[in-house]
Design a protein around this ligand. Sequence first.
Ligand code: FES
Ligand SMILES: [Fe+2]
Length: 334
Amino acid sequence: MVTTDKIILNDWHAVARVSDCQPGTLKQVRLLEENLLLWRSDSLQDSIQVWQDRCPHRSARLSLGNVSDKNLVCLYHGWEFDQAGKCVRIPAHPTQQPPISACVKVYHCHESWGLVWVCLGEPDQDIPPFPEWDQPSYHKVFFGPYYFRSSGFRVVENAFDVPHFAFVHDGSLGTRSNPVIEDYEVTVNAEGVTLSNIHIWQPDTDGIGTTGKVTYFHKICRPLTLYTIKEFAKGRETGLYTISPISEEESMAWGVAAFNYEPEMLEAEFQAFQDKLYCEDAPMVESQHPARLPLLPRNNTEGTMLPETHVPSDRGSVAYRRWLRELGITFGVC
Ligand code: FES
Ligand SMILES: [Fe+2]
């Protein structure tokens, strides 16, 4: 069942790369406990369609069917649907006008930053911004998608959590010999939660052994989307990391990175580095219990027993959990 959480329902969620939706192809995805069908007609001029993956005739999965020119054909009894989801042909009754109820549920879909974004409700905002995408001087690379058996909010929190670098990513993003986290700044406003001036030293900042000081800036611009700037001697690496909630306790993470320097590594090597970080992160995130993120009230009174313990280096998480509570998020949290 699709959630009643209006914030999550009306937000945009990435479900595929545009390059995976070639003309004439169909793709199954799952978002907010809804089975979806992504398909594109035989023409690249036509936009990607996102439908409920259910035929209005006998509820078979439409993704088992095929694309026929501009229409989609259900495999079970051959009913044919146009791009508005309306049935236009019933082979068993070729002269009969298809009933009005023979219509597939069609969802909002948008292509941005090389990703396919879907909204299952009524979108009340634009797609999360990624300013470097349109700058030719930036090299763009995709990474993921990464599956987590956990709430998307746990996955976002892990993405901006710096104290785990020294342990989970010992030897790359951090080192056990230097686990101290200096103070960093956190601000919360109408645009989201911002963590800035996070300074750390990394033994391998980029996957090819570049050692040095790094400064992170994170902006949580949507409940499940994080924009990051990482600055080090070579230049600037920016990224959009967005988590699509499959269910309250399952999620898929999508990443797009943009560098303002000539990468010395191939795209496949960068992706392999990100894959390694994911393999280190996933066991930690999936071990967190409960899988749903425990939110915090705006002010917790001194001495109030909280389900998890917070220290100064967790100030970003604390702000995020309070912000989610203020927004009224109910999906995937506790
Ligand atoms: S179930 Fe789709 S045509 Fe019958
Ligand atoms: Fe990590």
